[in-house]
Design a protein around this ligand. Structure first.
Ligand SMILES: NC(=O)c1ccc[n+]([C@@H]2O[C@H](COP(=O)([O-])OP(=O)(O)OC[C@H]3O[C@@H](n4cnc5c(N)ncnc54)[C@H](OP(=O)(O)O)[C@@H]3O)[C@@H](O)[C@H]2O)c1
Length: 501
């Protein structure tokens, strides 16, 4: 009896143990969060810095949706973040030595899997498209603000091609360009992601559209509605003799004065793109933007820069345009998420025909690398970039102070009876640096930099001799209101001392 009881207890314990073991095996332990696959990068460089990693699946907050991503698209923005270019952007946006944001991708389309309790406009199962950092992944969480119902007549990949490119084109034409029916619109870079949407949206507003692209894309640009096409390999659109009401510049390869030649005196130019892979990796399109700000008050034409703002209203307007057949995404190539490095490498060449899209399937294979060295051969390392980014402004601030002290000391040794002249020396050195800066700003090559630097250096020398005319000229040419005020107050008082012989 005792033996039977022992056997029974052992059997019950074993069964209990087996049951709990099986239950434990089936129920994930509370500490282990669900995982998903996502593209991650932790260093700046070529597409081979990208990794496919298992990371925590995001959990939506009360005002967010969890979306299973089915399609994504690549934008120039993605390779700018991946490479940390233009380098100036590392000071404010990308991260100085390492990427601040380690996830990539912004455009997505997919199915809503779950919604937070404050979400009112969407429900699980809805097919949506929108814009959210980290879109190259199986899941994203997003608020209702930057997504809309996917146009029913598009695949997930086609829908994912829309957000950044089409919203940019729409806002440039409607909000900045105020395009009207019958107006003449020129679109430079008509065959790319933004350009193909811009041509169709401008046509939907009733404009007469001229697209600028290479000959191999001329037929495609005509087929999406362009009335005229200029093949930039054969003809320079700035020499065409035509006048346009609106110029949309997606390329940024022509100067503002060249573009103004083809602009009606009351026309508008909207700068959208620039900073392609062959442009300055340090400043990108920044110089063009500064030039625009300088020129803007001096000319009759309107000039503005475009920064697209993602919102549900515009995504819904675009969905309507797409569903009524007025706009259709032009898809160049389709890659899988595993082929993302190749897709980004292709886009970076700058000759995509429409959009490059990504399928995010159920079985994601390991990444296919492109075997490029991280960072192109000509790219300086992150430490060198950071040193230049911090060192140059520091040198510009400190060097003139040091030089001013040295020159002032020499002056005092030679003329012990006269008062020092520190600000004057500081101003002279700063003027010389301004001269070099102005030469670079003019973008007319090294000769312009040397000539401007020399002119300012000569003026600064005469100024140091306390010649009044050099003081006036240099003060004006400093283009610096602070220098104007200081010189007006400080130097005028000191001028009575006369020139130094
Ligand atoms: N400001 C914003 O909010 C905003 C938003 C989105 C994009 N962007 C910027 O806008 C620009 C365009 O973006 P995207 O997505 O359209 O880029 P994309 O798809 O890479 O553009 C490639 C297109 O540019 C054309 N192209 C290259 N060189 C050209 C030239 N010299 N003249 C005319 N066309 C030329 C190519 O045509 P061919 O093959 O025929 O040469 C190609 O079709 C980028 O600089 C991007 O960073 C800005």
């Amino acid at each position: 009896m005792k033996a039977h009881l022992h056997l029974l207890i052992t059997a019950i314990c074993t069964a209990a143990l087996l049951f709990t073991g099986a239950a434990l095996a089936q129920t994930p332990s509370p500490g282990v969060a669900p995982r998903m696959k996502a593209i991650v990068y932790r260093d700046f460089g070529s597409p081979d810095v990208l990794r496919l990693e298992e990371i925590e699946k995001p959990v939506p907050l009360d005002n967010q949706l969890l979306i299973r991503v089915r399609g994504a698209s690549v934008n120039p923005l993605d390779w700018h973040y991946m490479e940390g270019t233009p380098y100036l952007g590392r000071l404010v946006e990308f991260g100085l030595l390492k990427p601040k944001i380690t996830r990539l991708g912004v455009d997505y389309a997919g199915t809503v899997e779950a919604v937070g309790k404050n979400v009112t406009q969407f429900k699980p199962g809805d097919e949506v498209y929108g814009n959210r950092f980290g879109a190259f992944a199986e899941y994203v969480v997003a608020s209702e603000k930057a997504l809309a119902l996917k146009p029913a007549n598009l695949t997930f990949e086609q829908a994912a091609s829309v957000p950044v490119a089409a919203v940019t084109a729409l806002q440039a034409l409607r909000d900045k360009g105020h395009v009207q029916p019958g107006q003449k619109v020129l679109i430079n870079g008509a065959s790319g992601g933004v350009g193909t949407f811009a041509v169709q949206i401008a046509k939907s507003f009733g404009a007469e559209v001229t697209g600028v692209c290479s000959g191999r894309n001329a037929e495609m640009v005509r087929s999406i509605g362009a009335d005229h096409v200029i093949d930039y390999t054969k003809e320079d659109f700035t020499q065409s003799g035509q006048r346009y009401d609106l110029v949309i510049d997606n390329v940024g390869n022509r100067s503002l004065s060249e573009c103004r030649r083809v602009l009606d005196p009351k026309g508008k130019i909207i700068l959208i793109g620039g900073g392609g892979v062959n442009d300055s990796r340090w400043t990108g399109p920044l110089i063009g933007v500064i030039k625009m700000l300088v020129l803007k008050p001096l000319v009759t034409q309107e000039m503005s820069m475009m920064l697209a703002e993602m919102n549900r209203k515009d995504l819904t307007i675009l969905a309507d345009l797409i569903q009524t057949g007025k706009v259709k995404p032009v898809i160049d190539r389709t890659y899988t998420l595993s082929q993302l490095p190749e897709a980004l490498g292709y886009l970076e060449e700058g000759h995509a025909r429409g959009k490059v899209v990504i399928t995010v399937g159920d079985n994601i294979e390991p990444l296919v690398t492109t075997n490029r060295a991280p960072g192109s051969a000509s790219s300086p390392g992150p430490v060198l970039v950071a040193s230049v980014l911090i060192g140059v402004p520091l040198a510009v601030l400190i060097l003139p102070v040091v030089v001013a002290f040295i020159l002032n000391r020499r002056f005092r040794q030679r003329h012990p009876d006269k008062r020092g002249y520190r600000w004057g020396y500081y101003f002279s050195v700063m003027s010389f640096i301004h001269g070099l800066g102005l030469g670079a700003f003019l973008e007319s090559g090294a000769t312009a930099v040397i000539v401007c630097g020399l002119i300012y250096a000569v003026l600064a020398w005469f100024f140091a001799q306390r010649c009044h005319w050099a003081w006036v000229v240099l003060t004006i040419l400093s283009f610096n209101p602070i220098a104007w005020i200081i010189n007006a107050i400080y130097l005028r008082k000191r001028w009575a001392e006369g020139s130094v012989s």
